[in-house]
Design a protein around this ligand. Sequence first.
Ligand SMILES: [Zn+2]
Length: 165
Amino acid sequence: MKQPNKNLTYEHKGVGTDYVSDPESTHFEDELVCSKCGALHKNGTWSWEQLPIKIKEGICPACERIQKNQPAGFVTLTGNYLEKNKDHLITFIQSIATSELSEQPLERLMDITRNENAIIITTTGVNLARRIGYALNLAFQGNLTSTSNGEDHIDIVWHRDDQTS
Ligand SMILES: [Zn+2]
């Protein structure tokens, strides 16, 4: 019986379904390519390398987190410094994410949410969240706090208040 799968945002290729329930596991077989983003798992690490041959397809942990909307990293920016600098801060963060992604396929920005008092960034990996926090602190000073919850969850808060007269 065939069912139309038009609601799915990606297509299962028949392999890789074993991995879906356990994104952090290390039981990825060697030489697996993500059918969604093209990241390659080889020799225990993920890269953007391309193999000239066709290999087994699955889904990488970053695409899986995006699909399930399960971020690993949260970076929250607060303080009155945001009032006039939101756009600048977001551009800054996006450029960090772009450089990280070129090296680390599993470290990606998921969402940037802005509301009146905060900017909230979610990431697929804890390292990108950490890197964004440190970079903000270095470039814009302010206060940085980081709470990590095991290997695969981190909460970063960056806060800067300027004197208002
Ligand atoms: Zn992927």
